[in-house]
Design a protein around this ligand. Sequence first.
Ligand SMILES: Nc1ncnc2c1ncn2[C@@H]1O[C@H](COP(=O)(O)OP(=O)(O)OP(=O)(O)O)[C@@H](O)[C@H]1O
Length: 247
Amino acid sequence: MSISVEQVSFRYGAAGSKAALDNVSFELPDSRFCALLGPNGAGKSTLFSLLTRLFSLNQGVITIQGDDLNKAPTAVMQRIGVVFQQSTLDLDLTVSQNLFYHASLHGFSRKAAKAPIERELARMSLTDRANDKVRALNGGHRRRVEIARALLHTPDVLLLDEPTTGLDPEARFALNQHVRSLCNDGKLTVLWATHLIEEVQTDDRVLLLHQGKLISSGNGQDLCDLSGETSLAAAFKKLTQKGTTPL
Ligand SMILES: Nc1ncnc2c1ncn2[C@@H]1O[C@H](COP(=O)(O)OP(=O)(O)OP(=O)(O)O)[C@@H](O)[C@H]1O
């Protein structure tokens, strides 16, 4: 299993009355595109913050490829690549300068960084943009640079938090398709957080979060079966309607 989350709960503040995550458990297999789906406020970013150690995990256990997040944090951080919701690229540096800088943070010498940077730029179809300033790239290409950057150290798991925020529908679709293709040529598992049902397919592994609870951890078809609806869109709407108490 690439990611295992066992009985994880999280509350904001000492006196937090409502759980942002409430006893969430799931396991994700290797080499799959998995969607972390939920409306605004469902708990997706909170889960990402725990997986990336921005927040301390005090309730529950998370393991990545068998390494316990709390017991072996350095090993776990080597196994994951992260694309946060807000871009963290330097717009005034070139694409390759951004990547070299990130590689150096991972301990790569300049010489050692060259091959992984070329490999990931090629995989993202960005080789010809390597010397362009990031400011000159459109939103979709900037996101691809961030994905290339997150994959430089060949992680087993790629976490993306609402990566299509701010992109138009065409660029959103292209990015989603591109990331799906990454799971086909290796053992990379992708966890793609979104509140947009059109970014999810029926045969995807889907973790549906609503009000901090995990409603379903099967595939898209399971959401339809659970809701009694025939389309994913109708199933998502029904299972996360305002005022609906999670199952
Ligand atoms: N810093 C914070 N302090 C207090 N409550 C918070 C904080 N951040 C998030 N919350 C609350 O925790 C719950 C989960 O929020 P979270 O941001 O994880 O959801 P989300 O699914 O990522 O939604 P969004 O897409 O809007 O970011 C929500 O009820 C939210 O209001």
